[in-house]
Design a protein around this ligand. Structure first.
Ligand code: SIN
Length: 312
């Protein structure tokens, strides 16, 4: 039996549903090209600000047996760098490019999106509403009024399809409130669930110390720590959003977790901590495992099980 892993969405076709989570292997052109030349089905760039940023002081990433904690603080080469990469990107080779945008202000986001709109490039923006690592700046995704204003302004100046990266939500009332808000914007075609679980604290009992420097050790959790929260967010938004896609992100280390995300309703899935730790070979390995699992279950394509999670 032949297994078809391809995904068609947003008018694009991906050979398979895997790509990098924004932030991992996507800050420089060298890294972006590593992902492009890997088995990944798409490429996304590091969340960019209008001007380049060095980000937070190091150490700002630490891996543990259960995942990772980071407080990178949006180190990036600035919007123009990623827009120039998007200009030279070989779209005809069939691997879609997503451009992650995380302006320090609404005006910055609008100016980047207006420029992107005037460039008429086929890359698709993912607007990051959820960076937890900017000292003194709360995550926009936890402020529904600010999100409503942001999405209304974006929709006013950007007519193409775009997505947003959301923080994790933890309460059914918040899932519903957020979904009602997101459903109002037709240009918003996908949500990526989830960004890291913000402001966790990892402690090393041997050194009796925190493990990262920014924010006295507070940082976003990724990897296995976050899998159940990511799955809950994917499933709830897949149920509550109308005619929009959900991209799953969080805790994917193998084909099994990729399968779980798609079963919960994800159209495509992003790999973060695992990619950081293993390198781009992770894509081919996870795809092999997903293909083997589908074969074992008799599934020929992703639509055979996408969103078909059973309840008891
Ligand atoms: C960072 O650069 O701090 C991570 C970005 C994010 O989590 O949105």
């Amino acid at each position: 039996m032949r297994v078809d892993l391809s995904v068609s969405w947003l008018g694009l076709t991906m050979a398979n549903p895997l790509y990098n989570a924004s932030g991992v292997m996507c800050r420089s052109v060298t890294e972006l090209e590593q992902v492009r030349h890997s088995a990944a089905g798409a490429v996304i760039s590091k969340s960019c600000t209008l001007q380049p940023r060095d980000g937070n002081p190091e150490p700002r990433y630490h891996a543990t047996a259960l995942g990772s904690i980071n407080s990178m603080g949006l180190p990036n080469a600035g919007y123009a760098y990623y827009r120039d990469y998007a200009r030279s990107y070989p779209y005809a080779q069939g691997k879609p490019l997503f451009l992650s945008i995380s302006g320090m202000t609404l005006e910055d986001n609008l100016s980047m999106l207006a420029d992107l709109a005037s460039s008429a490039l086929p890359c698709i923006p993912e607007v990051n509403l959820s960076c937890p690592n900017l000292p003194g700046k709360p995550q926009l995704g936890y402020d529904p009024d600010a999100c409503a204003i942001t999405l209304a302004e974006i929709s006013r100046i950007y007519s193409g399809p775009f997505g947003v990266k959301l923080p994790p939500y933890f309460d059914p009332v918040h899932f519903s409130q957020m979904a009602d808000l997101l459903n109002e914007f037709v240009g918003l075609r996908f949500v990526t669930c989830i960004n890291s679980i913000g402001n966790g604290l990892v402690i090393d009992p041997d050194t009796e110390s925190v493990v990262i420097k920014p924010k006295d050790g507070l940082g976003g959790l990724g990897g296995s720590y976050v899998l159940p929260t990511a799955l809950a967010n994917v499933r709830e938004f897949a149920r509550l959003l109308h005619g929009k896609h959900v991209v799953g992100c969080g805790g994917i280390n193998s084909g099994r977790e990729a399968f779980m995300h798609i079963l919960a309703g994800a159209t495509a899935v992003q790999i973060g901590t695992c990619l950081y730790e293993e390198g781009e070979g992770a894509f081919a390995r996870i795809l092999d495992e997903l293909r083997a699992l589908m074969l074992q279950k008799g599934y020929r394509c992703l639509d055979d099980f996408r969103g078909k999670l059973k309840t008891l």
